[in-house]
Design a protein around this ligand. Structure first.
Ligand code: GDP
Ligand code: IMO
Ligand code: MG
Length: 442
């Protein structure tokens, strides 16, 4: 396989970063293709914990080229603080490349993100306040400023001054806040340009050159399918394409370039921010999962909402991403919960839904249909192979495969590199016929 896509299959924080880190040992390049520092990808290596927001999770391997692709929105200040963090931990960043087409997060984007959320009050999305919605809005409105503008500061200044006239009018007249000073922003970004200018290049060309030479490329998704701008629980979503399709536009590669898609699936479900979440657990079991799974946002520190695994969402993810296999993470967190519930479908006004209902009212109001499976009490964090897992754990994993109709290729039992059980997916794939996946066994 020359290219592999890693995507989140739920509402983000599935453990994509640790899976990318694991697979990075076998590749030549890792590419982030969408999102910004709303993402928080954790990689644990020995005693060191890395919380990556912009820098791809392949950075711990000095020979791997790490790309921040065209579809990413970049806040230079955030990137620079991450680069400093890497330096303090003796991690080399010489192989970092930043797309010349990536859009820049500007101070007004962050201000407007916060102000918009405040305006929405109870209907707020619960964003990360990183300016993501406003910067992608400007990109679509064709008034954005890109990394390449940092390489021609005259153009940068003209664009900034023009845009700020409009943004300051909103800031002052609608939100009654102090206007921003273009000179101050210009000076800051000029300094950023000095620091990050050397990394800016034509990354889509570079990625395609790697693929032409049969070098192995890993595409690292941020967020998850249910936060996708088109396919997620709109408007409670992020503003980019988080599915495998987003790789083509966000990295600048044709669809035929993608050989394999792995969906990362947390063994239960979490969500940060507002929006529908049918399998949310509101009693002590939810608190248990939050504490044991350390379910607090990597970016914002907010407590994550916790719930049971939802097979409807996973089937939706399998369909949209055309997943080849699933990497199941955090299964160790379920030890001690008995029974464990899996949502197999939804019920709403006497009807049953096994595919994600198109109308979101149903998702808000439906009752999940649960199936109970036996739990286990053993600590499984040291288990090295599938056979070594308790019978109940194996049964849980098998049931997920049956319900989603996608084989499991990896199971993680702890956050460290060594705590992953690799299952030979090439053998397992033969057991599943991709074209028959629409027939459900429930
Ligand atoms: P990402 O955004 O998808 O990369 O996921 P995050 O890094 O935001 O959240 C996943 C969290 O779970 C991180 O703190 C990881 O260190 C941790 N984690 C990942 N896999 C496992 C696992 O198998 N077991 C446990 N206990 N923790 C894990
Ligand atoms: P990773 O890559 C979990 C959520 C926010 C909010 C919504 C919109 O670590 O999985 P935004 O700031 O993007 O406008 O917020 O999306 N969100 C995430 N939730 N993991 C993430 O990234 C997220 N990135 C954004 O909490 O509900
Ligand atoms: Mg995260």
């Amino acid at each position: 396989m020359s290219s592999t896509v890693i995507v989140g299959s739920q509402w983000g924080d599935e453990g994509k970063g640790r899976i990318v880190d694991l697979l990075s040992g076998q590749v030549d390049m890792v590419v982030r293709f969408q999102g910004g520092d709303n993402a928080g990808h954790t990689v644990v290596k020995g005693k060191d914990i890395f919380k990556l927001h912009f820098i791809p999770s392949g950075i711990l391997y000095p020979d791997v080229t790490c790309v921040i692709g065209d579809g990413v929105v970049l806040n230079p200040e955030g990137l620079i603080s991450e680069l400093d963090d890497m330096k303090s931990k003796n991690i080399k960043v010489d192989n970092l490349k930043i797309s010349c087409k990536a859009h820049l997060v500007m101070p007004y984007h962050i201000m407007l993100d916060k102000a918009d959320e405040h305006r929405l009050g109870k209907s707020m999305i619960g964003t990360t306040h990183k300016g993501i919605g406003p910067v992608y809005s400007d990109k679509s409105a064709r008034s954005g400023i890109r990394t390449q503008d940092l390489q021609d500061l005259k153009i940068f200044r003209t664009k900034l001054e023009e845009e700020l006239k409009f943004k300051n009018a909103i800031i002052e007249k609608i939100y009654k806040m102090e206007p921003l000073d273009p000179g101050e922003i210009f000076n800051r970004y000029r300094d950023y340009a000095k620091r990050i200018g050397k990394y800016i290049t034509d990354t889509s060309l570079l990625i395609n050159q790697f693929l032409n030479l049969n070098r192995r490329v890993l595409f690292e998704g941020a967020q998850g399918v249910m936060l996708d701008i088109d396919h997620g629980t709109y408007p409670y979503v992020t503003s980019s394409s988080t599915t495998a399709g987003g790789v083509c536009t966000g990295a600048g590669v044709g669809p035929g370039r993608l050989d394999e898609v792995i969906g990362v699936v947390k063994a239960y479900t979490t969500r940060v921010g507002s929006g529908p979440f049918p399998t949310e657990i509101k009693d002590g079991t939810g608190d248990y999962l939050r504490e044991k799974g350390n379910e607090f946002g990597t970016t914002t520190g907010r407590p994550r909402r916790c719930g049971w695994l939802d097979a409807v969402i996973l089937r939706y993810s399998a369909m949209l991403n055309y997943m080849d296999s699933m990497a199941i993470t955090k299964i160790d967190v379920l030890s001690g919960i008995n029974p464990i519930k899996i949502c197999t479908g939804y019920e709403y006004e006497g009807k049953r839904f096994y595919d994600l209902p198109c109308h979101q009212t149903i998702l808000h109001k439906c009752t999940p249909i649960y199936e109970e499976v036996g739990g286990w009490n053993e600590d499984i964090s040291g288990v090295k192979d599938f056979e070594g897992l308790p019978a109940a754990t194996k049964k849980y994993i098998k049931r997920i495969e049956e319900l989603v109709k996608v084989p499991v290729s990896m199971i993680s039992v702890g956050p460290e590199r060594s705590q992953v059980i690799i299952i030979d997916s090439s053998v397992k794939k033969r057991l599943f016929d991709r074209d028959k996946r629409s027939t459900l066994i429930v």
